[in-house]
Design a protein around this ligand. Sequence first.
Ligand code: 5GP
Ligand code: ZN
Length: 136
Amino acid sequence: MKDNNCIFCKIAQGEVPSVVIYEDDKFKVILDMGPAAKGHALILPKEHAKNIYELSEETTAEAFVLAKKMAEKMTKALSCDGFNIVQNNEPAAGQTVFHFHIHLIPRFEGDDAKVGWNTHEITKEEMEAIAEQIKG
Ligand code: 5GP
Ligand code: ZN
C-alpha cells in the first residue's frame, strides 16, 4: 500500500506537509510546488501505484471522476478560461515522480503554461497500419 521511499505516499499520509485543497478516504488533492499556472494541483491516490499501468481500474475510474469534479470547482473558484488535465506515465512521457498523479492545470488567456506537442505528417496507409497494430 505505502512505499517508504515515495514522496507522494508521504504527502498522501500527511507525513510530509502539503497545501491540501481536497481530501477523502482515498485521495488527497494538493497544490503543485512548481505550478505551471495559478492553482496547478495534483490528485494523489492514497494507495501507492507507480503509474496508470499499476493503478487498479477502480481507483483509476474514481481518480478521473474526481478530476472532473475538481475541474468544475476550480474553474468556478479561480474564474479560469480553460483547463488542462494531464497524466504522465514513465520518463519518456515526462513522469518524474513515480506515484500515480493527475495534474489539474487551470488555464488563463495569455498565461505561459505549455501543454502540447509537435505535429507530423502521416499518410492514410500509415494511420491504418497503426490502427491495425493497436487493435491487434
Ligand atoms: P510529473 O512530471 O511526474 O508528472 O509531475 C510531478 C509533479 O510533482 C511536478 O509538477 C512537481 O512540481 C510536483 N512535485 C514534486 N515533488 C513535490 C512535492 O514535494 N510537493 C508538491 N506539492 N509537488 C511536488
Ligand atoms: Zn507512493
